[in-house]
Design a protein around this ligand. Structure first.
Ligand SMILES: [Zn+2]
Length: 64
């Protein structure tokens, strides 16, 4: 299992960890349906702990 870290392009504040290879997901914050192929994937890893730490660092960058 691999994980992708994405940022919602609609609200631009929600960073989500999704399963690598899925086609779409829903933003847990604003409810937008997101086409994963059109999103920037910030990070891909098979290590969930690493995905969580990347998510945290992106969140800190988004909220200076
Ligand atoms: Zn959103």
């Amino acid at each position: 299992m691999k994980y992708d870290v994405i940022v919602c392009p609609e609200c631009k504040v929600n960073v989500q960890i999704i399963n690598h290879g899925i086609k779409s997901t829903v933003c847990q914050r604003c409810g937008s349906r997101l086409n994963v192929h059109k999103l920037r994937v910030w990070h891909t890893t098979s290590d969930l702990d690493e995905a969580v730490s990347v998510r945290t660092s992106i969140l800190m960058k988004l909220d200076p």
